[in-house]
Write a protein that binds this ligand. Sequence first.
Ligand SMILES: O=C(CO)COP(=O)(O)O
Length: 258
Amino acid sequence: MASRIPLMAGNWKMNLNHLEAIAHVQKLAFGLSEKDFAEVEVAVLPPFTDLRSVQTLVDGDKLKIKYGAQDISAQDSGAYTGEISGPMLAKLNCTYAVVGHSERRQYHGENEDICNAKVKAAFKHGLTPILCIGEPLEVRKAGTHVEHTLAQLDGGLKDVPAEQAATIVIAYEPVWAIGTGEVATPEDAQEVCAAIRARLAELYDGELADKVRIQYGGSVKSGNVAAIMAQPDVDGALVGGASLDAEEFVKIVRFRDQ
Ligand SMILES: O=C(CO)COP(=O)(O)O
């Protein structure tokens, strides 16, 4: 099995302004050690308006914290009011761009075609997409959560070449577990993450599937992260609410100690 470096990413969603962002990243930098960064990749995903502040801090203090955006436009530039493009994010040295978060799918009508175009836009500009997939509660109840999630994976990766797909991050986020305190059991997370890896092997090949990092997201906290990370196909967490508390996020990064 390939050795996949765990990726702990904090999705701040629409929280923390650009000044609060600086204080928050400073707390993370203070709390995390060289050992943490040697073992785990740590990333923050702030609102667009915070990215410049985060970049300045990370560059100025040579922090090992990575950062990225919560969304990316499918377009490069032009008359797209309110959109932020891949070239703009690349210019800010972003590493990641989240694509297809369930809140974008739900509130902004993002479908598979849009997510696919955004995945391609991220790769085109040297950003790593974190493609979010996962089922709503009614689908889970109907027992078709694996098929539903894999269809989103297929849609997001349509016509994405292997050399790009090998570097993508997939986040399995069951919608019913997001912000609800209702965490999926470690077995639930493993079932779908294993199915995602198996589908990557079908779409590409086993070697590629072995390299791709698959995160779990949905009510991850310091108290449940270790059991989730113990699953063989879970390579990290996409953390919402708990990532807004610096001490808690540091504990999540140190999941091995929990
Ligand atoms: O949506 C999420 C991360 O992208 C998960 O959010 P919570 O951790 O707040 O449930």
